[in-house]
Design a protein around this ligand. Structure first.
Ligand code: SAM
Length: 234
């Protein structure tokens, strides 16, 4: 990959990073995102955090290769521990992980006060988007934008959130589909939920044989919602 050109997924994540941001990219791997945003003049400063030695070394090499050592600091750290007070971070990106891991990283960041609440969060869970939205709601973060895209036959959602002053509230349906995505219901959204519907119908068939009435009820409810949402797209 050219250093200034990102995958469609990371490019979309980057679009939600504010101009001139001081960014913390957590789980940065090769640091492609902060490097591209810096080379394109979008951000002023970045921390690239990595918990695994191999990707940490790759990120360090990439940053050095592009001569950005003084503007992108690569740190070997668990989650938001990569952020230090003097970094004055105002945007956090966490992309390419499961929703539960993203939730756990954010929660740990609240507990140890690495997350101040003034940062814009730009989150791209590979799965478990609802888990992320539930955490955001519980911690009073307002979802301010969402995006859905397809790349290499995979569908990705991006959730952008900022801490709210007044209590936020989302319905179960909004938590499942995403408040913005549910309103837009674009072609990729429909494709995703056709797939999800099919998967749930297969699971339901299996559960009918296995008993498990409670789990069956939950999935049946989801199936009903997906059908209703898809029918309204016609
Ligand atoms: N963010 C990049 C992207 O979206 O292309 C890389 C995604 S890669 C699949 C996930 C990266 O997150 C891995 O390099 C992994 O080592 C790192 N990671 C996983 N858990 C982490 C944690 N608790 N703190 C920091 N990095 C973590």
């Amino acid at each position: 990959m050219n250093h200034t050109v990102l995958s469609k997924r990371l490019e979309t994540v980057g679009r939600f990073v504010p101009e001139s941001a001081r960014l913390a990219d957590i789980g940065s791997d090769h640091a492609y995102l902060p490097v591209a945003l810096m080379l394109n003049g979008k951000i002023n400063f970045a921390v690239a955090g990595e918990v695994v030695k191999g990707p940490f070394e790759s990120a360090r090499r990439q940053v050095r290769k592009d001569g950005l050592n003084d503007r992108i600091i690569v740190r070997l750290a668990n989650g938001l521990d990569a952020i230090e007070e003097q970094d004055e971070i105002n945007a956090v990106t966490i992309a390419g992980m499961g929703g539960s891991l993203i939730r756990d990283i954010l929660e740990a960041g609240v507990q140890n006060k690495r997350l101040k609440g003034s940062e814009r969060l730009i989150l791209q869970p590979n799965i478990g988007e609802k888990t992320v939205r539930v955490w955001l709601k519980e911690k009073n973060y307002q979802i301010v934008a969402e995006s859905i895209l397809e790349e290499n036959k995979k569908i990705y959602e991006i959730i952008v959130a900022e801490k709210a002053d007044s209590p936020v509230s989302y319905s179960e349906k909004e938590l499942m589909f995403g408040p913005f995505l549910l309103k837009e219901r674009d072609r990729v959204f429909q494709k995703k939920w056709q797939r999800e519907l099919h998967q749930r119908e297969v699971i339901l068939e299996q559960l009918k044989k296995a008993g498990e009435p409670h789990r069956r009820e939950t999935i049946q409810q989801e199936v009903d919602w997906i059908k209703e949402v898809l029918a309204s797209c016609l």
